[in-house]
Design a protein around this ligand. Structure first.
Ligand code: PXL
Length: 269
């Protein structure tokens, strides 16, 4: 194995550095993995919200893939913001063309501020064309409801939703639990492995508004750990611990929904 394995984020740029591609690259760096990036879109925002976004031309995205494939040895990849059906199809086409390792799909739908990062019409393309390529799929509670069409109220609902997502083609599924209120003492995620084995993964709940980029960082950390050759269960457990540390060690940058602290999760195995 290389000194620093290479991983790829296929995502949108977030100008304040807290989420999207920047959160992925912070995560790769913190976990000692070299990060390459295929940019799909750019958003202009800060810790109060997002005010504008653009998508990049698909021919440009093709070039990003082509040049990386000609030179780098990507061991694992992840997707973040995908914007619309045309972008999703471009990514699917390129991902099938080259060997960029196992793919972690974070089906990003909405930001913490409530901005949509994907057009409603593109959800069907995401489900039908990208989801079957997912080695690991990491929807949050809301995204899992949107993708499966079922309400997640009980533990049984999580199990049913994960099975539906596996039937759609995702090999391993992590559904991230809801963050409810200040009485909540733990956050519980559900992992269904390709083998059928399942795990409830618990972590202490930490009340803070500095939570931008948590989902991006979790999926990036899973990709980083897969790039090192770890199995899915190990990768997901490390990613949860990484994000918990990054949330619990607050970083005071920006005034509202600020970034998590990627440095805090860089110093364990
Ligand atoms: O955290 C979701 C996310 C993903 N990608 C981009 C973002 C955000 C949230 O702000 O800006 C580019």
């Amino acid at each position: 194995m290389e000194q620093y394995p290479q991983a790829l984020t296929i995502a949108g740029s977030d100008s304040d550095g807290s989420a999207g591609m920047q959160a992925d690259l912070h995560t790769f760096f913190a976990r000692k993995v070299y990060g390459a990036s295929v940019m799909t879109a750019c958003v202009a925002g800060n810790s109060y919200g997002i005010e504008a976004s653009v998508t990049l031309p698909t021919e440009f995205i093709d070039k990003e893939f082509e040049l990386l494939a000609a030179d780098y040895q990507i061991r694992a990849s992840k997707t973040g913001m995908l914007g619309n059906s045309e972008l999703i199809r471009t990514i699917v086409k390129n991902y099938k063309l080259y060997d960029f390792g196992p793919l972690v799909v974070d089906p990003v739908i909405m930001t913490k501020h409530g901005n949509m990062l994907i057009e409603e019409e593109a959800l069907a393309t995401l489900k039908e064309e990208l989801l079957p390529l997912a080695f690991v799929l990491t929807p949050n509670f809301y995204e899992a409801e949107k993708l499966t069409g079922i309400k997640l109220n009980t533990a049984k609902d999580f199990e049913t939703a994960a099975l539906i997502l596996q039937k759609m083609g995702a090999k391993n599924v992590v559904i991230k639990g809801a963050h409810q209120d200040e009485k909540q003492i733990e956050v519980v995620d559900y992992l269904l492995l390709a083998t059928g084995e399942s795990h409830w993964l618990k972590a202490p709940y930490f009340k803070t508004e500095r939570i931008n980029g948590t989902g991006d960082s979790l999926s990036a950390c899973i990709a980083a750990e897969l790039a090192k050759g770890n199995d899915v269960l190990t990768a997901v457990k490390i990613a949860k611990e990484f994000v918990n540390k990054a949330i619990a060690t607050e970083l005071f940058i920006g005034h509202k929904f600020g970034p998590i602290n990627h440095w805090a999760g860089s110093d364990f195995f």
